[in-house]
Design a protein around this ligand. Sequence first.
Ligand code: GLN
Length: 275
Amino acid sequence: MTPRTAIQAAVRRLTISGVPDPTWDAAHLLSDILQRPALELRLDTDTLLTPLQEEAYEALICRREKREPLQYIEGETDFCGHVFSVTHDVLIPRPETEMLVAHAVHSAPNAACVLDVCCGSGCIGLSVKLARPDLQVVLSDISPEALAVARRNAARLSCDVTLTQGDLLTPFAAGHFALILANPPYIPSGECDHLQSEVMQEPRLALDGGADGLQVYRRLVQSAVTVLTPGGELVLELGDGEADSVSALAREAGFRNLSVFPDFQGIARMLVCRR
Ligand code: GLN
């Protein structure tokens, strides 16, 4: 079998199982095995795959057929121009989350203490630290397994950060951080059983925001008022349609100077507010 015929056969299988972008995925999984560019492989009608390569490809295509996300199969993904390890213990970083990083990089005061809470893979906090080495960055998550992935990413990216396991802001003292960043779980529980097949394989703990999707925001904004320094900033990623409710929660908790920013799809995606 040549790379081209192998990819074509895989595309047919992935199409049947409903994979959204079968050609991209089939070509990239073969590219992972052969360590050659995906586009080159799609055109290659000369080389023959060895039995071992065919077997390895078959194993990866079987996983993708079961709608396992490409990023979990490959074990890594790009975020803010860096490569992050991802496992089934963490949410796969999304491009829109880069907005939080861009904001933090521009707004954090010099040498400030910054917290990435619900850090998952650590993509937010570590990207901030890489762009702003002057900052003292802390990453925290309730899941020890997720924190282990964040620790691996910190090592892989040579990032000097502090990692803390705990439930939201409970591990932290009053008035400690100038900036708190979070992409908390925000999907209403009832929707969690009807998501895209790939998303259903991501950790429920990282997705489920309780009955109305706002449970984690509620606890987070209340405690963030205390844990921030006076004038400190809270930056939250928002679920689709949640901007008004989360803004109301932040106002009730005593935050002021609220701004909501849209993502590239025009969805209100980030709330920035000040203590
Ligand atoms: N902070 C991580 C991310 O943005 C994980 C978020 C989460 O687990 N809810 O990808």
